[in-house]
Design a protein around this ligand. Structure first.
Ligand code: FES
Length: 56
């Protein structure tokens, strides 16, 4: 499922990024370029990030 439509980034890519060490929105922004365009995905990215960090 796409989380960031502007950049075509899926929840799987976000989970993978967390598995590879991303632990903040800044990390996700830098590695996947999410939430850098319209910003609408920021909230979803953040909850996915929190969820994935807790599960890791
Ligand atoms: Fe992610 Fe627009 S949907 S920046």
């Amino acid at each position: 499922m796409y989380v960031c439509l502007c950049k075509g980034v899926s929840d799987k890519q976000i989970r993978n990024a967390v598995a590879e060490g991303a632990c903040s929105m800044r990390d996700l922004r830098n590695t996947l370029d999410v939430a850098n365009q319209c910003g609408k995905c920021a909230r979803d990215c953040k909850s996915l990030l929190n969820e994935s960090v807790l599960a890791a």
